[in-house]
Design a protein around this ligand. Structure first.
Ligand SMILES: [Zn+2]
Length: 158
């Protein structure tokens, strides 16, 4: 079996006084995501999709939020480490498709940078990193700008 598929989802609260990192890029906004690490919702969903594709557990198993080692850690390091676990098993990433779900800010101007960051960590072309964005039409916690969500699907090839 040479191909494996994985999916990941992640949620973070938004709060004043935090920086907002999405897809490895700092985005100017009056609110940021709350978490033990830098709370990068998109990179976390991609980590979970990578690990999930090979049934290696989830991001919480490998990088526990109770560990001081991961306090405020740059999630690009978590993505790098997740990718290393995939490589150890002889797999590479074919492509990623992802969706961000947030009301504000508009992330379209930053998507190119996010793609470049993720592609360089995973050693793939930017064209293999899809990042889509949607709102919830003002409904629910996303609509109230209390939080944001990311979904990711990855395909791996041996
Ligand atoms: Zn997270």
């Amino acid at each position: 079996m040479g191909m494996r598929i994985g999916s990941g989802v992640d949620y973070h609260q938004l709060a004043e006084g935090r920086k907002l990192f999405i897809g490895g890029v700092e985005i100017p906004h009056h609110k940021g995501a709350v978490g033990h690490s830098d709370a990068d919702v998109l990179l976390h969903a991609i980590c979970d999709a990578l690990l999930g594709a090979l049934a290696l557990g989830d991001i919480g198993t490998h990088f526990p939020d109770t560990s001081a080692e991961f306090k405020n850690i740059d999630s690009k390091i978590l993505l790098q480490r997740s990718y290393e676990k995939i490589k150890e098993q002889g797999y590479k990433v074919v492509n990623i498709d992802s969706t961000l779900c947030l009301e504000m800010p508009k992330i379209k101007p930053f998507v190119g940078n996010m793609q470049a960051v993720i592609a360089s960590i995973l050693g793939i072309d930017v064209q293999a990193v899809s990042i889509k964005a949607t709102t919830t039409e003002k409904m629910g916690f996303v609509g109230r700008e209390e939080g944001l969500v990311a979904y990711a699907t990855v395909l791996l090839e041996k």
